[in-house]
Write a protein that binds this ligand. Structure first.
Ligand code: ADP
Length: 476
């Protein structure tokens, strides 16, 4: 399997290579076109110079050309690739390069043809151009110039072109090497944090697998990258580690709390039973009754814990039906009236009939827990139960949760603001409730919250307008 770093490098190098190739091709093509245009101008210019040079060899006094000079110049022109033939005004040939040195002319032409065809793929031909020679305005003859057309390069020009290509090639190689280095740097910059993150994820997994003790300080990776995705990845891994640690911490706390909650009634039971066995205590009905109560408390605690675990792991299937919320609240309130009346508390119901689609028994448990707390933590005054439903929805249309809000307000001891969120945690009890020795294990609200959450709703605690607390349950 190819690594991300190598793959990135390959892509970068390939990209740089292709980009450079295209760039070199375009540069070469435009240089070639520009250069050939320049050369054509040069040939035209040189032909003009040749004509002028030949015209300068005319002697007006003699009314003729210096043939010896023409011959010397002509051979030079041949050498440059220009084969000339000069004639006088009567059409008589004064000097002809081909006649003078046929072999040399053919060799020069062959050499140019070969150079242009094999090196530049130019399928040119030998081209003839005639020009009039004049002295002032008077015609003194004509010159015919034969060249390889449409253009040809001299050796110097070929060297110049070759040196441009060499520079381009060197620049290309230098760019590819530079590109490879940059690719290596970029690919490493991207792959290194990913490798680091995967290493950290492995270490975190190992640390939380229970294979060894938790390391201190906990495994974290740096997350101050400039690349958004890398930053996100590092942050996700760090928050995953935090969540795992928090989960572990809670699990440990839970074990400790469960042990604590079980230890007290168990040691109480043990003490009583041992005292009876040793004959210290007479096994009276009241003592056995008290032992039974402890056993029932333990059973309830275990059942509550089991229910909470099922709810939190979403193992509990809700048996949803449509029913009247006001009726449910009424029935639940009735259950608490005797206990409330004993403390001189009035339970007020402010509800109107309205349907909800929920698990009747589980929802009842929510209100039982809330009302039991309200009674438990209120010494006098009132407990007001209010409910708002989306009344008017036809029962046949009820297929999903119907929005409903229930509030249970008491005039009791209230809950300090900083504790309002924590009271929904398992085994959490406020100091006030501990001092009062209410006997609760601190999981009634956790169960209520888990049931409401399983219904897709939410539960919160607020302070009452005139003291006490208000619990608010939102469904749907
Ligand atoms: P407990 O069994 O201790 O009542 P809960 O989970 O039902 O456990 O409640 C957690 C804590 O929240 C209680 O110990 C108490 O401090 C606080 N609490 C709950 N309901 C009320 C209330 N109506 N008034 C004041 N405090 C409350």
């Amino acid at each position: 399997m190819i690594s991300l770093k190598n793959q990135l490098m390959l892509i970068y190098v390939l990209f740089i290579g292709i980009a450079l190739g295209v760039l070199t091709f375009v540069i070469n093509l435009s240089i070639g076109t520009m250069f050939s245009g320049l050369i054509k101008d040069n040939i035209r210019e040189r032909s003009g110079e040749i004509i002028n040079t030949i015209a300068e060899q005319y002697d007006p006094l003699d009314a003729g050309f210096n043939v010896a000079a023409l011959e010397a110049l002509g051979m030079c022109f041949v050498h440059e690739g220009y084969i000339v033939r000069i004639e006088d005004t009567a059409g008589l040939t004064l000097w002809d390069a081909r006649t003078a040195d046929m072999q040399h002319c053919a060799a020069v032409m062959d050499e140019i043809t070969e150079r242009m065809e094999s090196r530049y793929g130019l399928n040119g031909t030998v081209q003839n151009q005639s020009y009039t020679l004049s002295y002032g305005t008077a015609p003194i003859g004509a010159v015919e110039i034969e060249t390889y057309g449409p253009f040809f390069y001299t050796e110097t020009e070929i060297d110049f072109l070759a040196s441009i290509n060499r520079v381009l090639l060197r620049a290309g190689i230098a760019f590819i090497l530079l590109g490879a280095l940059i690719s290596l740097f970029l690919a490493s910059a991207i792959s290194r944090p990913i490798l680091r993150a995967s290493g950290a994820a492995r270490r975190i997994a190992k640390e939380h697998s229970g294979a060894g003790p938790l390391k201190s300080p906990a495994v974290r990776i740096r997350d101050n990258y400039n690349i958004k995705e890398l930053k996100e990845l590092s942050r996700s891994i760090n928050s995953l580690a935090e969540e795992l640690e928090e989960g572990e911490r809670r699990q440990k706390q839970l074990s400790a709390d469960v042990a604590h909650e079980l230890r007290t009634p168990l040691s109480c039971l043990r003490g009583s039973v041992e005292a009876m066995i040793d004959g210290v205590w007479e096994p009276s009905r009241e003592r056995l009754e008290s032992c039974r109560e402890e056993i029932l408390r333990l059973t309830k605690l275990v059942e509550d814990l089991n229910l909470l675990t099922n709810l939190e792991w979403e193992n509990l299937a809700l048996d949803k039906t449509e029913f009247d919320l006001a009726k449910l609240l009424e029935i639940t309130a009735e259950q608490f009236r005797p206990a409330a009346a004993e403390k001189g508390i009035r339970i007020i119901l402010e509800t109107a009939p309205g349907p909800v689609y929920a698990d009747y028994n589980r929802l009842k448990q929510v209100f039982v827990n809330l009302l039991s707390n309200a009674v438990k933590y209120t010494d006098s005054g009132t407990i007001t139960i209010a409910a708002v439903t989306s009344a008017g929805t036809a029962p046949s249309e009820v297929t999903a949760e119907i929005p409903a809000v229930v509030t249970i307000a008491d005039t009791g001891i209230g809950i300090a603001e900083e504790e309002r969120r924590r009271i929904f945690e398992r085994f959490y009890r406020s100091d006030k409730s501990r001092n009062r020795n209410t006997g609760g294990a601190g999981i009634g609200l956790s169960i209520a919250a888990a049931i409401v959450k399983a219904h897709g709703g939410s539960i919160s605690a607020e302070g009452g307008a005139s003291g006490g607390s208000v619990f608010r349950v939102e469904l749907g």
